[in-house]
Write a protein that binds this ligand. Structure first.
Ligand SMILES: NC(=O)c1ccc[n+]([C@@H]2O[C@H](COP(=O)([O-])OP(=O)(O)OC[C@H]3O[C@@H](n4cnc5c(N)ncnc54)[C@H](O)[C@@H]3O)[C@@H](O)[C@H]2O)c1
Ligand SMILES: O=C(O)C(=O)C[C@]1(C(=O)O)C=C[C@@H](O)C=C1
Length: 367
C-alpha cells in the first residue's frame, strides 16, 4: 500500500492530537510545520510527527492531505500563503478552526481549482495548549464536523472521512453557518461567560481575598475553560460576531427573567428554573473519552517540606518515567499539599504510581 503524506500546520494541542491519531496507520507519514522550531523539536521528541520543518513549501510539497491547526486568523493567512506554493494536484486542505463560515468563504474564493478545501472542526479539546497536551484519544467519541461546499467532489470528502476514522470521532457534515450558530451557543458563549465570571470575581477579590480562598467546586467547574488560550479565543469571537451578539441578547433576557423571579421571591418558578436546566443537562449524551481533561493524572499528598516536589520528580526521572505536567493544587494552609502529575500514558501512570507508593507516598487517581 502507498504512503499517504499528511502535513499538519500548527503542531499544538489539536494538530498534535490529529497527528498522533493518524499515526495509528503505519502507511501515514506525518510532516509537521510550525512557526516555532522548539515546538517542532518537542513534537519530534514526543513521537508526534515523523519530520518537522519551518519551511512551508518543503512541508506541503508532497502532501496528500494538509491540516490547518492554527488559530483562526492564522488559517486565513496560511490559506493565502498556500496559493503561491507548489502543491500536489488533488491535495485535500482541511482546517480544525472553531468557526467555519468565514474560513469556508475565504477558502472558496482563494484556493486553486486543483485543490479541495473541506472545512472541519473536531468538537473536543481542552483549556490546555501545546503539543505536550496532545493525545491520540482526544477526539474519541466526539463529533467531528465537516462543512464541505455543495460542489466539493464526494470522493474527496469520503477520502477525508476515511482518514478521520482513525481519530475514532463521529464524523458528521453540516452547513458552516448552522455550525457557527450551534457552536456559538454550546462552546463560544460559555467561554465568554466563564471568563466574564472570573473577571467579576477577581474584581471582588481585590477588595476581599476570601473570594479566591472560598472558590470551591462550583466556581471551579463552571470556570475551567477560563484557563483557555486567550489568542485562540480572541480569534473565535471575532469570527462569530453576529451569532454571539444574538446569543448575548437572548442571554441577557434569560438572566433578567430569572433575576425577576428572585426579586419577586417566586419560590415555585425559581425551583422550576433549576429543574428544567437539570433535566436538559442530565439528558446530554455522555462522552466516554476525549473532551474530558487529561486521562493520566495522579494525585500525591505531599508534606509541606522544601524540596519535596524535587524529590518526587527526581524519583520519576531516575526510572525514565516521563511526565507532561505538574501542578500544586491549592489546599488548606499549613496542611498537606496535593501535587497533580500528568503522565503521557496509562503505562507510565501505573509505573509512577507503583514507584511513589514504594516510597510511602499517599497516591490516588481521583482528587
Ligand atoms: N483548544 C481547543 O479546545 C480546540 C478544539 C477544537 C478546535 N480548536 C481550534 O484548533 C486550532 C488550534 O488550536 P490549539 O488549541 O491546537 O492551539 P495551540 O496553541 O495548542 O496550537 C497552535 C499551534 O499553531 C502554531 N502556529 C501559530 N500560528 C502559526 C502559523 N501562522 N503557522 C504555523 N504554525 C502556527 C503555534 O506555534 C502552535 O504550535 C484553533 O483554530 C482552534 O480554534 C481548538
Ligand atoms: O474542553 C474544553 O476545554 C473545550 O473548551 C473544548 C471546546 C468546547 O468548547 O467544547 C472548545 C473549543 C472547540 O472549538 C471545541 C471544543
Amino acid at each position: 500500500m502507498n504512503t499517504t503524506t499528511i502535513t499538519v500546520i500548527g503542531v499544538g494541542l489539536i494538530g498534535g492530537s490529529i497527528a498522533l491519531a493518524l499515526r495509528g496507520d503505519e502507511h501515514n507519514r506525518i510532516i509537521g510545520f510550525d512557526v516555532r522550531q522548539d515546538f517542532l523539536d518537542k513534537a519530534l521528541a514526543l513521537g508526534v510527527i515523523h519530520a518537522g520543518t519551518t519551511d512551508l513549501q518543503e512541508a506541503v510539497r508532497e502532501a496528500d492531505v494538509i491540516f490547518l491547526a492554527v488559530p483562526v486568523e492564522q488559517i486565513y493567512a496560511t490559506l493565502d500563503r498556500l496559493r503561491n506554493l507548489d502543491l500536489k494536484p488533488g491535495v485535500i486542505v482541511t482546517d480544525v478552526g472553531s468557526t467555519k463560515s468565514g474560513v469556508v468563504r475565504f477558502a472558496e474564493a482563494h484556493i486553486p481549482s486543483d485543490v479541495t478545501f473541506i472545512g472541519g472542526h473536531p468538537m473536543a479539546g481542552s483549556h490546555k495548549s501545546g503539543v505536550e497536551a496532545a493525545s491520540d484519544r482526544l477526539f474519541e467519541n466526539a463529533y467531528y464536523v465537516l462543512t464541505p461546499a455543495p460542489g466539493t467532489p464526494e470522493e474527496q470528502v469520503e477520502r477525508l472521512e476515511k482518514l478521520l476514522a482513525l481519530t475514532r470521532a463521529k464524523v458528521v457534515r453540516m452547513d458552516p453557518d448552522e455550525h457557527d450558530q450551534v457552536v456559538g451557543a454550546v462552546s463560544h458563549f460559555p467561554h465568554i461567560l466563564a471568563s466574564a465570571l472570573v473577571n467579576l470575581v477577581a474584581g471582588y477579590d481585590n477588595e476581599n481575598p476570601w473570594h479566591h480562598r472560598l472558590a470551591a467546586g462550583g466556581f471551579r467547574d463552571i470556570t475551567r475553560i477560563a484557563s483557555s488560550n486567550p489568542r485562540m479565543w480572541r480569534d473565535v469571537l471575532l469570527n462569530n460576531r453576529e451569532h454571539l451578539l444574538k446569543i448575548a441578547d437572548d442571554w441577557a433576557r434569560a438572566l433578567d427573567g430569572v433575576m425577576a423571579l428572585v426579586r419577586e421571591g417566586d419560590a415555585d418558578r425559581i425551583e422550576q428554573f433549576f429543574k428544567s436546566a437539570r433535566e436538559f443537562r442530565d439528558g446530554l449524551p455522555e462522552r466516554k473519552k476525549g473532551a474530558l481533561p487529561p486521562l493520566y493524572d495522579l494525585y500525591i499528598d505531599i508534606p509541606d517540606h522544601p524540596g519535596e516536589i524535587g524529590r518526587i520528580t527526581t524519583l520519576l526521572g531516575a526510572k525514565q518515567i516521563n511526565i507532561t505536567n505538574i501542578q500544586i493544587r491549592e489546599t488548606r494552609e499549613d496542611m498537606l499539599g496535593v501535587l497533580r502529575i500528568t503522565f503521557r500514558s496509562l503505562a507510565e501512570l501505573e509505573k509512577g504510581e507503583e514507584l511513589l507508593r514504594f516510597f510511602d507516598y499517599n497516591v490516588y487517581r481521583r482528587e
